[in-house]
Design a protein around this ligand. Structure first.
Ligand code: F6P
Length: 501
């Protein structure tokens, strides 16, 4: 098979050390750096050289990456296992004409509700309690945390976990009379979200709100279900079913961003993502940031058998980015079958994990520098600080970020093995001009497309997630039937924690 041949070609490549790569090519930084939409992607501290890049280009050709991109942007049913399109880019204006028009109309409806709320349609509102989970929470949470630090128009809290402690903490300090509850669920069937919504309703009633339903908004692809649940039609913001849950921050799941931070912020976010869409669609393969980054991912996961990849945000505003990426990358590409249902026969996506610099340096970096695992690292930083304190803070932050990348690559020889750093450890750096709505939109779209290229080159359908269903079904069955038919350990745990019922 052609693809096997391309992978075999990659496996045969002679790898140079990072230091050798820089020494042998004075233009390496320029060649492996792409500037786009206020973001600088420096992929030069990875092991990819010209020969490997042309081998990856061959693999992309074998796997029809060009056709897959056209299918993505034209609204073809590329989510084959669920028989539908994946139209998140249409939300940003890049897609099939009808899908774009539909997305725009629904966004206009959201804008109408935002403006009505600002004008007092739902009373004197101060707080937004956004309830959702997975893709219905991670995007809004990241965006509000990153962009709403100064100047949020409403106090926004996002609750996802079914543990009541999460809801208790979120409503602390909220006045139920001045709160909008936004129930965000693509399917409007998710247990955690519906139970949290019911408890939020109780909290409102207990707080003396006569008609709590009047303070509920629903964000969903299934408006009928929200209607049935009791939300009035005028406060339901539907979105297109062909937008996947983990890509849904661009549509009405982004409501707390549009309302909490303002419509202009939401629009800028979409524009930033749209610019990245255009770059991904049209830039040549080797000047294409998502594509080149995916080649790096595949090199380490497939050829070097790296089981994980680490992402460190050297900016407090992006502290939730690793969480967001975990779902995007692992729920999309954590699969062991191809889109055709055959065994994958290769490694699936690596585990994405990470944290915030400089904190992480004092916790996990020891293993990155001297552990036996090879872990490709990604640094994300901003040239502009997100605070007004002394510039020493930001300078020290950035210097630390760059020093880590340099140290991972160069290492340091010592006869004392405990003090020896092998070096030659890869990293990529994404340097943002600033954490603006538009740059963040572009950054998230970059990750979406990178995940897509990884999937296409592996032959995976990144748009389904059947793997999360089994645990849900078992939990439901325990809830309904008690501890019958389970393994002895599970039966004993249920009995110990919940009694025999
Ligand atoms: O965990 C599985 C999942 O289906 C995610 O893909 C999704 O983002 C999340 O559950 C929430 O689903 P919903 O938006 O339908 O409540």
């Amino acid at each position: 098979m052609m693809t096997d041949h391309s992978w075999a070609g990659l496996e045969k490549q002679q790898e140079k050390t990072l230091v050798e790569l820089f020494a042998s090519d004075p233009d390496r930084v320029a060649k492996m750096t792409i500037e786009q939409s206020g973001l600088r992607f420096d992929l030069s501290k990875t092991h990819l050289d010209d020969a490997m890049l042309s081998q990856f280009a061959k693999l992309a050709e074998d796997m029809h990456l060009g056709d897959a991109k056209s299918a993505l942007f034209s609204g073809a049913a590329i989510n084959v296992t669920e028989g539908r399109a994946a139209e998140h880019a249409a939300e940003r204006g890049n897609g099939d004409v009808q899908a774009v028009a539909h997305a725009r109309a629904l966004q206009e409806r959201m804008r109408g509700l935002v403006e009505a709320i600002d004008a007092g349609f739902m009373g004197d509102i101060k707080h937004i309690l956004h309830i959702g989970i997975g893709g219905s929470a991670l995007g809004p949470k990241l965006l509000v945390d990153a962009l709403g630090r100064d100047g949020a128009r409403y106090d926004v809290k996002v609750v996802s976990n079914i543990d009541g402690a999460a809801l208790t903490e979120a409503v602390k300090g909220m006045d139920p009379h001045k709160t909008i509850v936004a129930v965000a669920s693509k399917t409007f069937t998710t247990t955690e979200t519906l139970l949290n919504a019911t408890s939020a309703m109780e909290w409102m009633r207990d707080g003396g709100v006569a008609d709590p339903y009047a303070q509920f908004v629903a964000l969903t692809a299934y408006p009928d279900k929200a209607l049935e649940w009791g939300v009035d039609e005028s406060r339901i913001l539907p979105f297109n079913e062909s937008v996947g849950g983990r890509y849904s921050l661009w549509c009405s799941i982004g409501f707390p961003v549009a309302l909490g931070l303002g419509w202009a912020v939401y629009e800028e976010l979409l524009e930033g993502a749209a610019a990245m869409d255009r770059h991904f669609r049209h830039a040549p393969l080797l000047e294409n940031a998502p594509t080149l980054a995916a080649f790096c991912d595949l090199y380490y996961a497939q050829i070097k058998d790296c089981q994980t990849r680490a992402v460190f945000a050297y900016d407090e505003r992006l502290r939730l980015l690793p969480d967001y990426l975990q779902q995007l990358e692992m729920e999309s590409n954590g699969k062991s079958v191809t889109a055709e249902g055959a065994p994958l026969g290769r490694n699936s996506a690596p585990v994405t994990w990470g944290g915030v610099g400089t904190d992480a340096q004092h916790a996990v970096f020891q293993l990155l520098h001297q552990g036996t695992h090879l872990i490709p690292v990604e640094f994300i930083a901003s040239k502009t600080p997100g605070h007004d304190f002394d510039t020493a803070h930001h300078e020290t932050l950035l210097v630390n970020c760059f020093a880590q990348g340099a140290a991972l690559m160069a290492g340091q020889k010592s006869d004392d093995l405990a003090r020896n750093y092998a070096g030659n450890r890869p990293s990529t750096t994404i340097l943002m001009d600033d954490v603006t709505p538009s740059a963040l939109g572009a950054l998230i779209a970059f990750y979406e497309h990178r995940t897509f290229v990884n999937a296409v080159l592996l032959g995976i359908n990144p748009f389904d997630q059947f793997g999360v269903e089994l645990g849900k079904q078992i939990a439901k069955s325990i809830g309904e039937n008690g501890a019958t038919g389970f393994d002895p350990s599970t039966t004993a745990l249920i009995a110990a924690a919940l009694g025999d019922n």
